[in-house]
Design a protein around this ligand. Structure first.
Ligand code: IMP
Ligand code: MG
Length: 200
């Protein structure tokens, strides 16, 4: 059984002064929702749970998919800690929400691999789910390649604005309805290298 996500919605945030923040970001951070250290401890636990979850899969192997660019950091921390009996491959995809999109509109999904994923046990590693449209489109697209199983892990779940029901197997944190940056997540391509999850 997966553990309960850590709920940050009713937890007092940290003062940016309480943690080390890169000079280039320091003036822009208003508060920190969760520190880099806590994020990494949680990922270690998720790695145990995911490894356990994949012990009884009967596909041709495990296929880990990193969704660019936001999940880069999560993927880089998670993947080396996963233990599988089956052979493992990694691939990347890029999903862009249509910029003028209304809820439920979908996204452009580009798979950066020619590896066949048919009959593989696929794990989509995603940084964040908000409305759910992006993940829903990714899963629909990947399903056309006939994987044996397909599951998702999301580091940060923002449930407040969900318009599409997406089943997530392993969730790190539940976060409040605020625009967050850090740990790989950007605002206008900035702040990805901030170690903590923060609000500007
Ligand atoms: P949705 O689930 O289709 O609404 O889209 C999720 C995507 O929107 C994420 O992968 C991010 O790229 C972006 N996004 C949603 N909320 C935030 C946020 O708080 N900060 C940065 N990007 C966000
Ligand atoms: Mg993303």
């Amino acid at each position: 059984m997966p553990s309960t996500p850590i709920d940050l919605r009713d937890r007092p945030p940290y003062d940016p002064d309480q943690f080390s923040i890169k000079p280039e970001y320091r003036d822009d951070v208003d508060h920190i929702l969760v520190s880099g250290g806590e994020i990494e401890d949680r990922i270690t636990r998720l790695a145990e749970e995911i490894s356990q979850d994949y012990q009884d899969r009967d596909g041709d192997g495990v296929y880990l998919i990193c969704t660019l660019k936001g999940a880069m950091q999560y993927f880089a921390t998670l993947a080396p800690q996963l233990e599988f009996d089956a052979p493992v491959q990694e691939g990347f995809l890029r999903a862009n929400r249509y910029s003028d999109g209304t809820p439920g509109d979908g996204a452009d999904v580009t798979l950066f691999t020619d590896d066949p994923i048919d009959n593989m046990d696929v794990l989509v590693v995603e940084d964040m789910i908000d409305q759910g449209t992006t993940l829903d489109t990714i899963l629909t697209q990947l399903n056309t390649h006939n994987p044996n199983t397909i599951d998702t892990t999301v580091l940060f779940d923002k449930p407040a604005n969900r318009t599409t029901n997406v089943d997530i197997a392993h969730t790190g944190f539940t976060i409040p309805d605020e625009f967050v940056v850090g740990y790989g997540i950007d605002y206008d391509e900035r702040y990805r290298r901030l170690r903590h999850l923060a609000v500007l």
